[in-house]
Design a protein around this ligand. Sequence first.
Ligand SMILES: [Zn+2]
Length: 135
Amino acid sequence: MGYELFGNVSYVAQTKIGEFVEHLKRGQLMGTKCEKCQTVYFPPRADCPKCLVDKMEWVKVNGDAILVTFTEVNFAPTGFEAPYILALGRLNSGQQVFARMAKDIPFDKLKVGMKVKLAPISLRDDRVAYEFNLP
Ligand SMILES: [Zn+2]
């Protein structure tokens, strides 16, 4: 299984972080950690931009986050069904992540600074992604 099962439309099948999809399928939010500088990346990166090395290991990422900002998207790219809410959250471990909010959360329930939780989700046709939800 490769990266072609990430999201509603995936533009690449091969990537150095293809294992990410398998982790999501198991319900695990995983990032990568640079073995040299210990920086944890989410979404995962195959190479550390600080150290310019590819010695990375998979680490579990806690999805607890704070909502930094959000907006309603009314015109969506291929694979995204508008309208949806795009959110920027800051994980408690420091990484900032863009993701959709869960569809059942109304726009007027959201407030900058509130707690949200990033979690894996299943899509049609055995595909996976991640989204923010309420904790
Ligand atoms: Zn590094």
